[in-house]
Design a protein. Structure first.
Length: 243
């Protein structure tokens, strides 16, 4: 039942949306009704599916790479004092730069293909993984660490055999946040410069005033984000033995 709740919430939202459009008699070029959006989805399902393949590929690739980079960055910050003094401020600065400001540079550097979109998504999602995992590594139970020192466990073994397992719930939280951000990063990258993907399709629909198609694409993005989040959440619960 808990996995159906998001879809029930979406159904309630769609009903409220349909009532709003009917009551105020809004034209389709301002706000199409859910029925019009579903019709557009049905008529353009082949086009949307074709473009979605690129966005899904970019999202999965960015998520995997972002998690890897985030985990490595957190371990690096934990192992070396100079990293906390010099590298951590650079990581924070990377998040203070607006994505739309640096995404065009990625297009110039990596081209109009998937690489620039993957880099844009990685820039947005690696920080939650780094910050949550680093926080978990820093806040390992002092009792565990004191016992490890008494048993003369090396610092490296303390990191990978005590701190790392203890920080897994924090890492799982960061990965969940990254799973939500990843589709947004891919679409933003496609908005800045692309010839494929759902973001590109949305821009074209907007230029042609096909608002129903825009909402249809947006619906697919939302459903994909929900599916990605709950799939990863299920996997993480099994890996971390949490409820």
């Amino acid at each position: 039942m808990r996995y159906l709740r998001p879809f029930i919430a979406i159904a309630v939202l769609l009903i409220a949306w349909q009532i709003l459009v009917a009551c105020f008699q809004l034209p389709s070029y301002i706000l199409p009704s859910p029925y019009q959006v579903l019709l557009s989805l049905e008529h353009n399902i082949v086009l949307i599916t074709h473009q979605a393949l690129f966005t899904v590929t970019e999202t999965i690739a960015a998520l995997l790479l972002g998690i890897f980079i985030g985990v490595c960055a957190a371990l690096f910050l934990t192992m070396f004092t100079f990293a906390r003094q010099w590298v951590l401020p650079l990581i924070i600065i990377s998040q203070s730069i607006p994505t739309f400001a640096i995404a065009p540079l990625f297009v110039i550097w990596f081209g109009y293909g998937m690489s620039s979109k993957i880099m844009t998504a990685i820039l947005m999602l690696f920080f939650p993984v780094t910050s949550t995992f680093y926080d978990g590594l820093k806040n390992t139970s002092k009792d565990y660490l004191d016992l490890a020192k008494v048993m003369q466990v090396s610092p490296l073994n303390q990191l990978f055999k005590i701190k790392f397992p203890a920080a897994l719930p924090h890492l799982a939280s960061g990965i969940r946040m990254a799973a939500v951000i990843a589709p947004i990063g891919a679409v933003v990258g496609e908005w800045v410069g692309s010839s494929k993907g759902l973001g590109y399709l949305m821009l074209n629909a907007n230029a042609r005033m096909q608002i129903d198609l825009m909402f249809a694409v947006l619906l697919i993005i939302v459903l994909f984000a929900l599916a990605l989040y709950y799939s990863i959440d299920c996997i993480l619960k099994k890996l971390t033995f949490s409820e």
